[in-house]
Design a protein. Sequence first.
Lengths: 114, 115
Amino acid sequence: AQSVTQLDSHVSVSEGTPVLLRCNYSSSYSPSLFWYVQHPNKGLQLLLKYTSAATLVKGINGFEAEFKKSETSFHLTKPSAHMSDAAEYFCAVSENFGNEKLTFGTGTRLTIIP
Amino acid sequence: EPEVTQTPSHQVTQMGQEVILRCVPISNHLYFYWYRQILGQKVEFLVSFYNNEISEKSEIFDDQFSVERPDGSNFTLKIRSTKLEDSAMYFCASSDNRGPYNEQFFGPGTRLTVL
């Protein structure tokens, strides 16, 4: 069975400082991993995905994530936070045998301090 | 840019009533999904749908739930007799590719409140 743990329910950073949102996963197979963002009153938007190619994945809006199998982690980072990054972020896993079901973490609310 | 839409944005109903949540997936997509998120909890998979039949369903998706694609554009989730614990945000998603690398495009959600 697959699962995702997002270690922080709420993260606050000052504008211009780095962002780190943590995600750990559990999977019986080689997983695919995703980060989604949700702005208020909007749907979940894909930021980036890991699909067993490069372990460092670059996404939209300057976000990137590194797949670390030894740590079962897929943390999301951004070098410099922008006010528009304030949103809810969800990490998700899908197992690599044709099962397209996504299993989500509980989400991390990112607040940007001006 | 094409997007998934959902109606209504907020539905309030009495316990025991039937509700239908509606979704319009992206037009060339073939795979459809429903997820839900109870307040403060994880987003949970409910059901996936392809070629007019359910591909997979979770243990949450019991006989009270059904899905339908009635007219080739809408994708609906029906809850036959709502319970208090059905109160949640319901997300519809669609994708054009099956398998582990697919990107599922999500709608904005319908907040269901059961009183």
